[in-house]
Design a protein around this ligand. Structure first.
Ligand code: UD1
Length: 423
C-alpha cells in the first residue's frame, strides 16, 4: 500500500507544466497497432495506466520503448491478438484494443473488463458498434472471442449513449472496414478529436470528431511512420486549480487548454476565484475563502466532466453555503465522500446527488483513496485541512497523475508520498 502524508494549511504558488492526457494517450496507443508501422508519441505521462498499456502492446508482439516523455511503438511484428486477463483486469480502458485488433488481425480474444470502483461499467455499446461493422463476438465464461468471418464493412451506428470508449472503439475498427461508417450520437470529448488527429496521421480518412457525427471512410492503411504529441490533460489541469482554490494561492498552468475545461473554470469562478485564461495557459488566484458555486451537474462533453466532479466537490468543502453536485454519468461516484467526511466535511448523498454544507475548518485524519479521482479529491481536501492527513492508496492516484507529490511540493505544499514496493 502506498501512503501520502499531507500537512495542510499552506498556500500554493508557482507554475505547473501540465502533463499529457491519460484519456488521449491510451486510445492512441491502441490505435498504433492498426497499421504495421512505427509510432512515436511525445508528452506521454509517466502513469501506471500507460505502463500497463505498454505491457499489453509488448504482449501483442510490438517493440515498445520509452525515452523520457517519448514512447515509440513498433507494431510491424505484431503477432498476437489476445490480451491476458491480468492486464485486462488492471485497466478497464484496454477494451479499446478490441476494435484495433479486430481491424488489424481479423480476430481478438480478451476477457470482459468487468465493473470498477465507479459502479457497473458495461461494454454493450462497444460490442454493438463492432457487431454493426461485421464482427462476430462470442461472450463465453467471462471472455470475448471475436472474429470477422465476412470481413469488416462500414455501417451506420447510432449510439444510444454518447460513450467515449464505444466511440473510440468504433472509430478504430471502422478505419479498416470497407466503405463508410457513420457514428451518430458520438461522444464529443476533446480526446475524440485527438484520436481523429492521430488516425489521420496513420492515413485514415476520419472527420467530424467534436461533433455528434463521426465519419470514417475505411480502407487499407499503408503503415510507415506516425509522430504525435499528446494534448494536455484537462482533468489534471482541473486538479491543480481545485487544489489552489481550496488551499488558497496563486498558480499558473502552462501548456494547458482552458477551452477544454471551461465548465470547471466557470464553477471555480463562481466560488470566488480569480481566473485569467489564455490560449494555452491559465492562472488562478484564491484567498481560500470560497462560496458555494451554482449546482454542478455532470454530463457528456461539453457538459461538466464527471472526472472533475470529485475535485470540485473537494474544493467546496469549506465554501460558504450549500454546494450541490448531480452525477449523471456514473452510478456510483460518491464513495470518496465518506472518506472526505473523516476530515470533518459535511456531505449528504442520496442517489445521484451530493449536498455539501460548507464547514469552517477541516482537520487532518487517516483516509483511504477509493479510486483515481476520489484519491485526488482527498489530496485536495488534505491540502486545505489543519494538521496531517494520511492517505492510504493502493495505486489509484498513480494511474492518472505523474509525480503529483513533486509538483505539489514545488508549489509549496507539505506533501510526501511513499510508494509501496512493487506498486
Ligand atoms: C471515459 C474516460 C473516463 C471518463 C468517462 C466519461 C477514458 C480512458 N476514460 O470512460 O475517465 O470518466 O469517459 O467521461 O477515456 N456505458 C454503457 N455501455 C457501454 C459503454 C458505456 O452503458 O458500452 C455507460 C457507462 O456505464 C457510463 C456512460 O455510459 O455510465 C459513459 O461511459 P463512457 O463514456 O463509455 O466512459 P468510458 O469510455 O468508460
Amino acid at each position: 500500500m502506498s501512503v501520502w502524508h499531507i500537512t495542510g494549511g499552506r498556500r500554493l504558488s508557482g507554475t505547473v507544466e501540465v502533463q499529457g492526457a491519460k484519456n488521449a494517450v491510451l486510445p492512441i496507443m491502441a490505435a498504433s497497432v492498426l497499421t504495421p508501422g512505427v509510432t512515436r508519441l511525445e508528452n506521454v505521462p509517466e502513469l501506471s495506466d500507460v505502463d500497463i498499456t505498454m505491457r499489453i502492446l509488448r504482449g501483442l508482439g510490438c517493440a515498445v520503448e520509452r525515452e523520457g516523455d517519448a514512447v515509440t511503438i513498433d507494431s510491424r511484428e505484431l503477432s498476437r491478438s489476445e490480451i491476458p486477463h491480468e492486464l485486462m483486469r488492471e485497466l478497464r480502458s484496454s477494451v479499446v484494443f478490441l476494435g484495433a485488433l479486430l481491424a488489424r488481425c481479423g480476430h481478438a480474444r480478451l476477457s470482459m473488463p468487468g465493473g470498477c470502483e465507479l459502479g457497473p461499467r458495461p461494454i454493450d455499446l462497444h460490442l454493438m458498434a463492432l457487431r454493426a461493422l461485421g464482427a462476430e463476438i462470442d461472450e463465453r465464461a467471462g471472455e470475448l472471442i471475436c472474429s470477422t468471418p465476412g470481413g469488416l464493412h462500414g455501417a451506420a451506428i447510432a449510439l444510444p449513449l454518447a460513450s467515449v470508449g464505444a466511440t473510440e472503439n468504433a472509430m478504430l475498427c471502422a478505419c479498416l472496414a470497407e466503405g463508410e461508417t457513420l457514428i451518430m450520437n458520438a461522444a464529443r470529448e476533446p480526446e475524440i478529436g485527438e484520436l481523429e488527429g492521430f488516425l489521420k496521421k496513420l492515413g485514415a480518412e476520419v472527420s467530424g470528431a467534436g461533433s455528434a457525427t463521426v465519419r470514417v471512410r475505411g480502407g487499407a492503411l499503408a503503415g510507415g511512420f506516425a509522430g504525435h504529441r499528446i494534448m494536455p490533460d484537462r482533468i489534471v489541469s482541473a486538479t491543480y486549480l481545485a487544489a489552489c482554490a481550496a488551499a488558497g494561492g496563486d498558480i499558473e498552468l502552462r501548456g494547458a487548454q482552458p477551452r477544454h475545461f471551461s465548465t470547471v473554470l466557470r464553477s471555480l469562478s463562481e466560488c470566488g476565484c480569480d481566473i485569467i485564461a489564455g490560449d494555452t495557459s491559465v492562472r488562478l488566484v484564491s484567498d481560500g475563502n470560497l462560496r458555494a458555486p451554482r449546482p454542478v451537474i455532470t454530463g457528456p462533453y461539453p457538459g461538466f466532466p464527471t472526472d472533475a466532479q470529485p475535485l470540485l466537490l473537494a474544493a467546496c468543502l469549506k465554501a460558504k453555503g450549500t454546494s450541490v453536485f448531480v452525477e449523471n454519468v456514473f452510478q456510483n461516484r460518491f464513495r470518496f465522500t465518506e472518506e472526505l467526511q473523516r476530515l470533518g466535511a459535511r456531505i449528504h448523498t442520496e442517489g445521484r446527488v451530493a449536498v455539501v454544507t460548507g464547514v469552517d475548518a477541516l482537520h487532518g485524519a487517516p483516509a483511504v483513496a477509493t479510486d483515481l479521482r476520489g484519491g485526488a479529491a482527498l489530496v485536495i481536501a488534505a491540502l486545505s485541512a489543519e494538521g496531517e492527513t494520511e492517505i492510504l492508496d493502493s495505486g489509484h492516484i498513480r494511474r492518472g497523475y505523474a509525480r503529483l507529490d513533486e509538483v505539489l511540493r514545488a508549489l509549496g505544499a507539505d506533501a510526501a508520498y511513499t510508494e509501496a514496493k512493487g506498486a
